[in-house]
Design a protein around this ligand. Sequence first.
Ligand code: SF4
Length: 267
Amino acid sequence: MSELSGTIFNIQKFSINDGPGIRTTVFFKGCPLNCLWCHNPESKKLEPEKMSAPLYKHLFSFNSDPDQVGFNVSSSLLMKEILKDYLFYEESGGGVTFSGGEPLMQSQFLLELLRQCKAKDIHTAVDTCGFAPYENLLKVSEFTDLFLFDLKIIDDVDHIKYTGVSNKLIHENLKKLCDLSCNINIRIPLIPQITDTQKNLEAAIELISDLNIKDVTLLPFNEIAISKYKKLGLGYDMNCLSSQKDEILDEVCQKFRCHGLQVKIRG
Ligand code: SF4
């Protein structure tokens, strides 16, 4: 049988924000959503693409074209890279996080990497937008220690307006993963006037509490994406927005804590 390969666009070493301990985060290319605020616009298309300036210089050993973002890599080559930091995972209680884009867009490749990580007893996390066939999520769940599950907008009309897809499948998948007793951390991007509204946050708290999930991570808006849009030659509708102030973030955290949820803010 030939070896599986997939398309990724970044490998971030010594990551401390994508699950417990010190981690390697692998960013898959391709996403079924089209969020207006996306911080990784280079992740949306499945195939490699050109940028006007290099984005990830540290990847030149994999990707020799400086202006290309995204490259094909075999599971064995990627595992070799992941295993270089095995000692750090062991010492820190860390592991590997598969993110994107949406890693479940390449579910066979994801599954193979998860299998290989678990065979080496490496902690695994999958960062997902939840928009994937349930049967794929189910297969992946067998080898996933932690789901970082994104919830964006609870109102379906607004979800379609800002991400391009309905949230029905996402909510159904979340409920099914809860029924399987998967370990889930909900991640909410705080986009000014879109996801950080009182109405949306209250609806998110209700949904999370009903599912008996305890861990929530809030992702404040940041402006780093602007330069990426420029390098891709794309317009960015969010460039007039700025990060939430600390006092606003404290208030939002308090709302979640009042409902017994453990909330943290990703730096
Ligand atoms: S789900 Fe994430 S990667 Fe996909 S478009 Fe939305 S923000 Fe970007």
